[in-house]
Design a binder for this molecule. Sequence first.
Ligand code: TLP
Length: 347
Amino acid sequence: MNPIDLRSDTVTLPTLAMREAMYRAEVGDDVCGEDPTLNRLEAVAAERLGKEAALFVASGTMGNLVSVLTHCGRGDGIILGDQSHILLNEAAGAAALGGVYLRVVPNRADGKIELTQIERAIPEPDIHHALIRAVCLENTHNYCGGAPLDVEYMTEAGALAHSRGLLVHLDGARIFNAAVALRVPVAKLVASADSVMFCLSKGLSCPVGSLVCGSADFVARARRTRKMVGGGMRQAGVLAAAGLVALEQMIDRLEEDHQNAQALARGIAEIPGLSLDPGTVRTNIVFFGYTARRKPVQQFVQELDAAGVRLWALGPNRLRAVTHYGIESTHIEAALATMRRVLEGLA
Ligand code: TLP
């Protein structure tokens, strides 16, 4: 039997419709702007997000990096949350490759950054201070339990940044999960962001790719930055073809992933040795605590893996499960039963 892989929504496999579209895709040299399928994907993505233009990149990490390097010169800074993916999980690329100063402020448990924290982190113009160019937000917020940031907050944070001459970059790796969970049009949710990165290869199931969206001027400059970091791809229309299918067919079904995450959370809350407040689960990401004394958390994860259920231990006694395309409600029930058995030492 295939394992029930709840480590991440990055493990999703392309759908049959995607594979067919990839097979048939009309392609050309995208660095010369000649890949018709890629051009179409960029146009559709920009339209969906309500921005002037979009740029296809290899990964979410590359999309964030390209955005930050396009907004900042060496020694310039960005304000970002202490739980943000850009800070914790992108190999310090902005600092290492761009000399970008990271002004870190606390994230609240709901993924937001208190506006007063943003305000305080923006320095007065003074030769002693770095020039802070942008505030980076994350929506949904991965390490804050997949929390979606609502339109009101996005608008307020955007207005604050803009009033102080800063731009807003949004790490929207899972922005469609946020839009579906909040039942708002995605364009409204990202309206206050000057640049938005979103991923095709997470809940939307594509094999590869992310998009960076923004004004035509920003995207033209980002295209140059992408080339600089080696991200100019050639016949990338084979990847874009899957992206077009994703934007057409894979967004509304994210609701199912959220429902499965709820069911998983409710089940976990009832298992002795695991701890979770199901009310905190809003999208497809389920973080929970490990309180069992019988065995260390790593052993639990290994035994679970051997019994056919895969999770990630992220931090001491903290586990993460992510629901996604390919995971059905029957898998959730089976995963819960397996967790119980492993904890009881019966698996
Ligand atoms: N997140 C991955 C791992 O890196 C942890 C995951 O499994 O959740 N922004 C956010 C909010 C992300 O969650 C991720 C990936 C990225 C950016 C980077 O995307 P990729 O993996 O395409 O570089």
